[in-house]
Design a protein around this ligand. Structure first.
Ligand code: URA
Length: 487
């Protein structure tokens, strides 16, 4: 029908192959863009749809690879004009216009690129802000997530979730469609509503605690927070519920931090003039029938040493391990941080809170474990009122190592868990890379089983929610393995 309008009904809102097949037939029939009425099945027919598509395979044109990539993304955009825009670009390319790079300032190209960017951003947010909630079904756990994408990205992003969660059975429900993985096959289903997915599960408390732990009240930037975690996703995110409280409390907490920073660490006590071998009764230290007393003696020995590494003199106090002697699990961290130095207890600062939450998540009671550090003093560099953590070097680790070894012997755990590279080095005496040995059980020189994992502060330093989620899950897996080893 020369001059009349041609209607194209696409089977889905982001069906690139169907759009491409239709576009080829339109090109083959010489139908210019302004005569085409695009619509999507189920979304109502095009207003002027009249003639059907020209018959046949149509005309395949060679297009720059960049156009294909752009079109595959832009077609997922929600704007109804996307199909027409892309066909107009194709028509122009087929008509011999210069390639897309030469059309960089062209309004059609700019529009398509803006659409592609929006789709990419939406996908990134889906990866970061989608949360699965576990539901115990009769045939085992199932993980459900509710997400409201801005664009038609659900099917295109299925691969991401499949790769990530292949071993779980999950469903992602959106207002327009749902995706279901049963461990073997992926199925597309109808849309649903938020009520189809439980609002909260046990993991939510962890997310909230995690977010609160990484939130720095002294660096409160609400605009940046909103940009990083847009409000439209807050309803999905357990941690977002913490935001109003954290913002409200930030000025008070920042002032308290500043005041605390002003407390200059105490000068060290002059070293007590005795050591274990001298004034301390050696038999007390070696009394394995009373390991608590022996541990206390070891602590006193450390306090009394007057040959500490020079920097240790800055610390408020040595921070020794805590927990019941005889604990089956013994955790070894790196060194006390700012809060530990003031409190005199290991793992009570931000990394400690992260550690506590992870232990709780896997059902390990911290009070039944023994928790200590490779290095027993806080090593830091003063920066104004702040004390900036400095990693202990090989010499520091070696200096404290005899204390750690004695402590391990007195506690007598069935399994050691080293948190981070310093602890691994301190326990094994070797500079091993965690990435290379993680997942297996090593042995100390004395033959004690050792499970290496990351330090919880590593999780606090990860910049994006995606990698945090992944690494946190790996950390939990390591802790679960530790629990199984001593069960
Ligand atoms: N990091 C550690 O390694 N140990 C602590 O006690 C606190 C933070």
């Amino acid at each position: 029908m020369p001059g009349g309008r041609v209607g194209v009904l696409l089977p889905g809102p982001a069906d690139f192959p169907a759009w491409r097949a239709a576009a080829r037939r339109l090109l083959g029939g010489g139908v210019p863009p302004e005569r085409v009425e695009w619509s999507v099945a189920g979304e109502g027919p095009g207003l002027f749809a009249a003639a059907a598509l020209p018959e046949g395979e149509g005309r395949a044109v060679r297009v720059p690879r960049r156009f294909l990539g752009l079109a595959e993304l832009a077609i997922r955009h929600r704007a109804p004009a996307r199909f027409a825009l892309l066909y107009r670009l194709l028509w122009r390319l087929a008509g011999g216009e210069a390639g897309l790079p030469a059309m960089a300032a062209d309004p059609d190209v700019l529009r398509a690129e803006a659409m592609a960017r929006a789709v990419r951003r939406d996908a990134h947010r889906m990866h970061a802000f989608l949360r699965f909630h576990c539901v115990e079904a009769a045939d085992g756990p199932r993980y459900l997530a509710w997400f409201e994408p801005e664009h038609h990205i659900l099917e295109a992003e299925a691969g991401f979730f499949l790769r990530r969660f292949a071993a779980l059975r999950w469903s992602i429900v959106t207002p327009e469609a749902s995706l279901h993985w049963d461990g073997a096959a992926l199925r597309l289903g109808p849309g649903g509503c938020r009520r189809d997915v439980p609002a909260e599960d046990a993991q939510d408390a962890l997310w909230r605690a995690y977010y609160a732990a990484v939130f720095n009240p002294a660096r409160l930037r609400p605009a940046a927070m909103r940009a990083g975690m847009p409000r439209r996703y807050w309803a999905n995110l357990a941690e977002a519920r913490e935001i109003p409280r954290l913002i409200a409390e930030a000025p008070r907490r920042a002032a308290a931090m500043a005041a605390r920073g002003a407390v200059f660490p105490r000068r060290p006590q002059p070293g007590r003039p005795w050591d274990v071998a001298g004034d301390m009764p050696a038999d007390l230290l070696d009394r394995v029938d009373d390991p608590a007393a022996a541990l206390a003696a070891l602590r006193e020995e450390l306090r009394g040493r007057n040959d500490l590494p020079l920097w240790a003199a800055q610390a408020t106090q040595p921070v020794f391990g805590e927990g019941p002697p005889g604990a089956a699990l013994m955790f070894v961290g790196e060194q006390p941080g700012d809060e530990e130095d003031l409190a005199g207890r290991p793992f009570v600062g931000p990394a400690g809170r992260m550690f506590d939450r992870a232990l709780e998540a896997v059902g390990i009671a911290r009070g039944e474990t023994y928790v200590t550090n490779a290095v027993k003093h806080f090593k830091f560099r003063p920066a104004g009122r702040r004390r900036l953590h400095q990693s202990p070097d090989a010499g520091d680790i070696a200096w404290y190592r005899p204390f750690l070894k004695r402590e391990i012997a007195l506690v007598g755990p069935r399994l050691l868990v080293t948190l981070g590279a310093t602890a691994l080095r301190a326990v094994t005496g070797r500079p091993l890379a965690i990435g290379k040995v993680r997942g297996g059980i090593l042995r100390t020189e004395e033959g004690l089983p050792l499970l290496p994992t990351i330090h919880p502060s590593y999780l606090l330093r990860l910049p994006d929610p995606e990698s945090r989620e992944r690494e946190y899950a790996r950390f939990l897996a390591d802790l679960r393995q530790a629990r199984r080893e001593v069960a």
